[in-house]
Design a protein around this ligand. Structure first.
Ligand SMILES: [Zn+2]
Length: 368
């Protein structure tokens, strides 16, 4: 009897094991269910973006090249580089059955809007920038012996405002003085404007931290990188999630412009649910322009040159974002296409029904 029970359990285990790792085909994409999440192979991704394949230069590293564009990372790591810019994926790259795999969430919410911002559905032209200086009034934010976050952030938004107005942009400030404005009021101010984007400026503090990071809203179901782990509230759809793709394109433009001019460590693009990026209806990001708790960062932040450099970077970011979403993405891949037609894949398997069908128009949908 005991032996029968063991056999039955073994069978159940094997069946569930098989179901857990079975590949599912959706359009041209092969999905693997791993740890309860959908993954696609990087070989599939490479093919889709017209690359020649997944290279393994050594160790756990991989590289995918498509013309001048590239995807780079390592197995079991969330650090992921798209065209040389550092992102923190929501889930690590995994190796399964000899295939390197990326989560479907990261493919659709990170890779696709960055690789093809011109394909973002519903992206609007931008003529207004809402600049949000973090903290204010009794809320000093972070501090160093040289000064307070609330004053540095206000200085950066004033510098940015001046530069943006010089190129004909409309600028709205959530605060113009050293005054406390509740977070929900800041989001409400942003929500009064159409054809606008929102950029919140902060400086960081804590531990041995150093460097720059850019936050954008975590997609529904993805834990905040500021939290200890998943929370029930991660499953809620926030207003800002209507702009997931634009948020990521804006974060990319912003972070790229900041790190290219900065001498500070690059901490990459991250996910969070800060109120000001969660409750807005326009695309938005939150910049952490260095750590006031780090003496080297604090010296930079205290220098007017560094804050002016941040302002110049934000203007570059606004321009690059407008260009990226307004116009079709550069046809880099097409112009370098080999004589033999590349394999056509339908768009990345959608996370939500809002995903756009692009050529070739094989429709894919994922049963919920
Ligand atoms: Zn802050």
């Amino acid at each position: 009897m005991r032996r029968v029970i063991v056999k039955v359990f073994a069978l159940i285990f094997l069946l569930s094991f098989k179901a857990a790792f079975a590949a599912q085909h959706v359009g041209d994409w092969t999905l693997y269910k791993l740890e309860g999440r959908d993954y696609v192979t990087l070989a599939n991704v490479s093919e889709f973006y017209g690359a020649t394949g997944v290279q393994r230069p050594g160790g756990s590293n991989f590289l995918i090249r498509a013309g001048s564009r590239s995807l780079r990372g390592a197995t079991n790591s969330v650090e992921f580089f798209i065209n040389g810019l550092k992102f923190n994926l929501s889930y690590p790259i995994v190796e399964h059955d000899g295939h390197l795999c990326i989560s479907r969430m990261d493919l659709t919410k990170v890779v696709e809007p960055v690789m093809r911002p011109g394909k973002i559905k519903g992206a609007e032209k931008v003529d207004t920038v809402v600049l949000d200086a973090g903290h204010g009034g009794h809320d000093n934010g972070a501090w160093s012996p040289f000064g307070q976050e609330k004053l540095y952030s206000l200085d950066v938004v004033f510098r940015t405002k001046k530069l943006l107005e010089q190129i004909g942009m409309k600028v709205v400030l959530t605060r113009k003085t050293d005054v406390f404005i509740p977070l929900h009021d800041r989001a409400a101010i942003a929500n009064r404007y159409d054809n606008a984007i929102f950029i919140s400026v902060h400086f960081n503090s804590g531990g041995a931290g150093t460097g720059l990071e850019t936050y954008t809203l975590a997609p529904r179901g993805v834990p905040s990188m500021m939290a200890d782990g998943p929370r029930i509230s991660d499953l809620e759809h926030c207003r800002g999630n209507n702009r997931d793709a634009e948020n990521m394109a804006l974060a990319t433009a912003t972070h790229a412009a900041l790190v290219v001019r900065s001498q500070l460590h690059d901490r990459g693009i991250k996910r969070a649910r800060f109120v000001v990026i969660r409750d807005i209806e326009i695309p938005g990001v939150l910049i952490e322009g260095g750590f006031l708790s780090n003496s080297n960062d604090a010296k930079f932040i205290h220098s007017p040159e560094y804050r002016q450099q941040m302002a110049v970077s934000i203007v570059t970011a606004v321009n690059n974002y407008r260009r990226a979403v307004k116009v079709q993405a550069p046809t880099e891949v097409a112009s370098r296409a080999p004589a033999v037609p590349r394999v056509h894949l339908s768009p990345p398997p959608a996370m939500e029904s809002s995903s756009e069908a692009v050529e070739p128009t094989v429709r894919t949908s994922i049963p919920n």
